[in-house]
Design a protein around this ligand. Structure first.
Ligand code: TYC
Length: 108
């Protein structure tokens, strides 16, 4: 016969259920440059970030006019993977398009 564990009132059984803090979130930011074609940026934003043609066009134009723009907000690993996808697609097509991730700034 196997042994039986007799549970007593240990701290283990009395501990409250863990409340997990939400993970830190990162925004993926597209940077403007003078050479990457607008159509290429739109296609990349659609494919990597799952945006519609209309939304991808709006984001591209914002970056074109303002120098940078947030494409999406994700947990760290997903943000990093999307940044790598953008940079790889840009490199494969010999465009200088740059993409970075940064912690979502605290609300003011
Ligand atoms: N400024 C580029 C052009 O005039 C277009 C562009 C938009 C490039 C967004 C990069 O992240 C970018 N062809």
């Amino acid at each position: 016969m196997g042994t039986q564990v007799v549970r007593t009132n240990s701290t283990e059984t009395e501990r409250k259920p863990a409340r997990l803090a939400p993970p830190p979130m990162y925004q993926v930011v597209l940077l403007n440059d003078d050479y990457t074609p607008m159509d290429f940026v739109i296609v990349v934003v659609q494919h990597v970030f799952g945006k519609s043609l209309e939304e991808a066009s709006r984001i591209m134009l914002k970056v074109h006019h303002e120098g940078r723009g947030v494409v999406g907000v994700y947990t760290r690993d997903i943000a990093a993977t999307r940044v790598e996808s953008v940079i790889q697609l840009a490199r494969m097509n010999q465009h200088p398009l740059q993409c970075i991730m940064e912690p979502v700034p605290p609300a003011d």
